[in-house]
Design a protein around this ligand. Structure first.
Ligand SMILES: [Zn+2]
Length: 224
């Protein structure tokens, strides 16, 4: 582990204590509205203090995946940055319709839990990691374990940021990856799960954040 400054250690200790005190609650399903009332993910487990935010974000994620605007944003990004994306192995063979269809198809397999132990605190407060979520583990029989939201990140996360995390992890569930993220974060942020999460965040009303959080090319597109 990298050495943490004293203040970070104090924060970590406090966070661990608070983390252990939180009560998890479970809701059965989060579904879309009206026409999508039968499209659901679940069960959803989160600390009592954040369950409403996670439920709302889950419902918005389901809605977004059926919103033509979400698909159009993906297509516009791919069109605008075709020459750049042609060098990104993670974008090969993907088009906006295929992406949206694969993500919709993954939804019935998606469930959500949260992690809030001491390691989760470290994964959140370490500025080099800032872990917000883990994708669900794919089991040998093909079933998918729950995606997990970091309870420490949830505390300060806006609703659109939680939508981002869920859509990012659904992209993983649909088979997409960001192979460059660990070595080259700026490239990784422009690979599918990050771009899809960022588009979802913006479409659900999230404010424009910096190139440390969104693909630079996406920011350029939004600022046009
Ligand atoms: Zn990821």
């Amino acid at each position: 582990l990298p050495a943490l400054p004293r203040s970070a250690l104090a924060l970590l200790a406090a966070a661990t204590l608070i983390g252990c005190a939180s009560t998890q609650v479970t809701r059965e399903l989060a579904c879309g509205a009206e026409a999508r009332a039968a499209v659901c993910i679940g069960p959803i487990s989160a600390p009592e203090t954040h369950i409403d935010k996670v439920m709302q974000a889950s419902q918005q994620a389901v809605e977004l995946l059926h919103d033509p605007g979400f698909r159009d944003d993906i297509a516009a990004f791919q069109r605008r940055h075709a020459s750049m994306l042609s060098r990104y192995s993670a974008w090969q063979g993907l088009d906006a319709d295929g992406i949206v269809n694969a993500m919709r198809a993954a939804l019935p397999q998606v469930s959500i839990t949260s992690h809030d132990d001491g390691r989760s605190a470290w994964l959140w407060y370490n500025p080099m990691i800032r872990n917000r979520a883990f994708e669900g583990r794919r089991h040998a029989d093909g079933s998918l374990g729950p995606l997990s939201l970091n309870a420490f990140a949830l505390r300060s996360a806006s609703l659109p940021q939680v939508v981002n995390s869920i859509v990012h992890e659904v992209a993983h569930a649909a088979g997409m990856a960001h192979p460059s993220y660990e070595r080259e974060p700026y490239v990784g942020l422009c690979e599918p799960p990050y771009v899809l999460g960022s588009i979802a965040e913006r479409r659900s009303g999230g404010e424009l954040r910096s190139e440390f959080q969104h693909c630079r090319a996406l920011i350029d597109m939004w600022q046009e």
